[in-house]
Design a protein around this ligand. Structure first.
Ligand code: MN
Length: 230
């Protein structure tokens, strides 16, 4: 048996201080994980359980890239996010053990066709057209877990140098061990699975010509530039 055609290799994310790279298998994204962002979206936070949407691994876009303004949107939004990279298999893992499966952390952008997401939300349809956008899972180099302890680090984003989002990781509603324990009830988590943990308040649009930079104290910053639409 031979394959009819070859697929490109899965995207790989650089690792700070290493020549090794982190291959991406799946991308999970958490919705409404900062109270102030849920409020600005006009929705209530569900305190009973987190919820998720996914992006294909092909949506990975390396930090520092310039991409064309995306297709079929007039309201492309930035969302700065703290990203957790899974490094060991995790299935029905207890919260107390959940941090043991973390490989590391990174700065990411969950870029979103907000007009399409909100239209889908209004019709109670899935969010794929709004969220699983090509090149929309922007990711910076990962920092190994041993070199970063989650606390109240500042998480911030600027567009063309002007601060738009400014919060701390202490504002996360669902903590990293809570998310890993919860997700591992529904999926056999594996190395290569990334979790984008949600965005703080202050989301907004970008246009061609804009440059976005996102930072979390102690991690490599993430950047993205937009050029004219195709
Ligand atoms: Mn998001």
């Amino acid at each position: 048996m031979t394959a009819l055609f070859d697929l490109p290799p899965l995207p790989q994310v650089p690792v700070v201080g290493s020549d090794a790279t982190y291959p991406v298998r799946r991308i999970f994204c958490v919705g409404r994980n900062y109270a102030a962002h849920a409020a600005e979206m006009g929705v209530e936070v569900d305190r009973e359980a987190p919820f998720y949407f996914t992006k294909t691994p092909w949506a990975i876009c390396h930090s520092g890239t310039s991409i064309p303004y995306p297709l079929e949107t007039e309201n492309y939004h930035y969302e700065m996010e703290f990203v957790v990279a899974i490094g060991k298999p995790a299935f029905r893992v207890a919260q107390a053990d959940a941090m043991d499966v973390v490989f590391g952390y990174g700065c990411g952008l969950d870029m979103t066709r907000r007009d399409l997401q909100l239209a889908a939300r209004a019709k109670q349809r899935p969010w794929d057209l709004g969220k699983d956008v090509e090149a929309s899972a922007v990711i910076a180099a990962l920092t190994p877990a041993a070199e970063f302890t989650i606390g109240a680090q500042r998480i911030a984003l600027s567009v063309n140098g002007e601060t738009k989002q400014d919060a701390t990781l202490a504002d996360l509603i669902w903590s990293v061990p809570e998310l890993i324990a919860h997700l591992s009830r529904f999926y056999h988590l594996q190395p290569g699975d990334l979790i984008y943990t949600g965005t703080p308040a202050g989301v907004g649009p970008v246009v061609a010509g804009d440059t976005i930079e996102g930072t979390i104290d102690g991690l490599a910053p993430v950047a993205l530039s937009l050029t004219e639409a195709e």
